[in-house]
Design a binder for this molecule. Structure first.
Ligand SMILES: [Ca+2]
Ligand SMILES: [Ca+2]
Length: 118
């Protein structure tokens, strides 16, 4: 066997030579059905697998979730503090070139909030 073909909603989206695959260019808050088939070096394909479904997150990450763990909390404040008055774009929420109190207040509005806006 040479690898796997990965199908999303019935259309092939890629191949993988391992048993993992990362899909991209998906829409937010959408369910997708995945199947795979195996192929060998001679080009023979197996039938498609039983399906697995996955659902993407809904919407835009909350400003202030600097470490991308889906919540604004003390860890994000800590990163902000480490880069205080530095040009550090991930923590410069208002894009004024510096991590400063304006960014802190922006993050505070979302503190402990769910990472994704409704
Ligand atoms: Ca975070
Ligand atoms: Ca700023």
């Amino acid at each position: 066997m040479a690898g796997y073909k990965v199908y999303r909603n019935g259309s092939q989206v890629g191949t993988s030579v391992s048993t993992s695959y990362s899909d991209t260019n998906l829409s937010a808050n959408t369910s997708y059905i995945y199947t795979i088939s195996a192929y060998d070096a001679a080009g023979n394909n197996s039938s498609q697998s039983t399906s697995a479904s996955a659902t993407t997150f809904s919407g835009i990450p909350v400003p202030g979730d600097i470490n991308m763990d889906h919540i604004v909390n003390a860890l994000d404040y800590s990163i902000m503090n480490t880069h205080w008055f530095q040009n550090y774009p991930p923590a410069d929420l208002n894009s004024d070139g510096l991590v400063n109190s304006l960014d802190f207040f922006g993050a505070r509005e979302k503190f402990t909030a769910s990472a994704f806006q409704e």
